[in-house]
Design a protein around this ligand. Structure first.
Ligand SMILES: NC(=O)C1=CN([C@@H]2O[C@H](COP(=O)(O)OP(=O)(O)OC[C@H]3O[C@@H](n4cnc5c(N)ncnc54)[C@H](OP(=O)(O)O)[C@@H]3O)[C@@H](O)[C@H]2O)C=CC1
Ligand SMILES: CC(=O)N[C@@H](CCC(=O)OP(=O)(O)O)C(=O)O
Length: 348
């Protein structure tokens, strides 16, 4: 059976990355590719690396163009997904890369976003553990609608959740500093992303709890801990096109030794094809996961400070967005989870 998939926002970074992955997917045929201001433009003029799609013309983003496909990927700016989703037929599988359906607490949504709260869809991070057993994968099998995580929450949540679920780290006083490549901000030019401002320099932003991924991270870690998790999150911008390196630290539960800490992460990820706990002593590196649907993680106990340090690396456009979207589609449709996904990186 051939699955037809449309991509709304195919002119953007996330949409084009979904197209790259679907070109290698053995069960999917790419249907409509849509844009906003770029409607009418040749795909090849915007994404020359996607040669098989070069002569496709981007169509307007409306329900009429998107209907008639088995799957619709939405890679639109925040706040635009709900209006489109409610116009699509009930039997269409919708995978939303925006934030619109990620949060379940309406107050969190209104504190960080300026559009009305639209609701909550199953969260497209299959490997994320929950307190008391189970993973988010359980909610994705057969789902009609999926909400793909933000790129930082993927790395941060996967780095910390095993220790919270196993009760080896405290849910209070978690500190996260993460660096992202500039593609995380999307394709449209932004003053802080102009070449001369970003080349050869790093800078923090959204400092002081203001970044909109803070409530998403806090929710994920609270679900893993089974208790309210308090998180200080500071994102930074790094002079590279792709990649996230998230450095997270949390207080170790008194009396827990290094072997017990490591065992928590080993048991959470032993059978996960897309999350690799690296051998002891080896640290994650964004270069090793570029273009892949992998997250590399390492964890250690700093006995002098009484803190566990867990570090994760991912490609923000692949496992951080488009790869998670395709992985979620596979689960939703009952396909093997990693079908069509790149499981090796591009290095150096
Ligand atoms: N970049 C990343 O690492 C990640 C992105 N995401 C999410 O994916 C979504 C897309 O992000 P990204 O690709 O980076 O952003 P881009 O800015 O690169 O692309 C945005 C896309 O949305 C289209 N668009 C813009 N305005 C409208 C509108 N008013 N109505 C309909 N379509 C519109 C654009 O079309 P046109 O080109 O014609 O303007 C383009 O196709 C966002 O919700 C983002 O948060 C999620 C995780 C990570
Ligand atoms: C470098 C950079 O600017 N990154 C983006 C995050 C991109 C992403 O994953 O987030 P959403 O899907 O929630 O937009 C930012 O900090 O806003």
């Amino acid at each position: 059976m051939v699955i037809t998939a449309a991509i709304a926002g195919a002119s953007g970074y996330a949409g084009a990355e979904i197209a790259r992955l679907l070109l290698a997917h053995p069960e999917v045929e790419i249907g409509a590719l849509t844009a906003s201001g770029n409607a009418g433009v040749r795909m090849g003029d915007l994404a020359p690396h996607l040669q098989p799609l070069a002569d496709r013309i981007l169509q307007p983003t409306d329900a009429q163009t998107l209907a008639g496909h088995d799957v619709v990927f939405l890679a639109l700016p925040h706040g635009h997904s709900a209006a489109i989703a409610q116009q699509l037929p009930d039997d269409v599988t919708i995978i939303d890369c925006g934030a619109d359906f990620r949060l379940d607490d309406e107050q969190d949504w209104t504190d960080y976003y300026d559009t009305p709260f639209a609701g909550t869809w199953p969260y497209g991070l299959p490997e994320l553990v929950k307190a008391g057993g189970g993973k988010h994968r359980d909610d994705l099998v057969g789902a009609r609608h999926v909400s793909v995580p933000g790129c930082y929450p993927t790395a941060v949540s996967l780095a910390l959740a095993p220790g919270l679920a196993a009760g080896v780290i405290e849910p209070q006083d978690i500190v996260v500093v993460a660096a992202s490549g500039t593609s995380g901000a999307g394709r449209s030019a932004k003053p802080h992303l102009i070449g001369a401002e970003v080349m050869g320099a790093m800078s923090p932003y959204g400092v002081g709890g203001g970044h909109r991924h803070t409530p998403e991270i806090r929710r994920n870690l609270s679900v893993a801990a089974g208790a309210y998790a308090s998180v200080s999150f500071t994102p930074t911008l790094a002079p590279m096109p792709r990649g996230i390196l998230a450095t997270t630290t949390a207080r170790v539960v008194p009396g827990t030794d290094a072997a017990t800490v490591r065992a928590a992460w080993e048991s959470a990820y032993a059978d996960e094809p897309c999350v690799h706990l690296l051998p002891e002593g080896q640290w994650p590196h964004t270069g090793s996961v570029l273009g892949s649907n992998l997250v590399h993680i390492q964890v250690t106990l700093d006995e002098r400070s009484g803190r566990v340090i867990a570090i994760a690396a991912e490609d923000n456009l692949t496992k951080g967005t488009a790869g998670a979207a395709v992985q979620s589609m596979n689960l939703a449709l009952g396909l093997p989870e990693t079908t069509g996904l790149p499981m090796t990186g591009v290095a150096p």
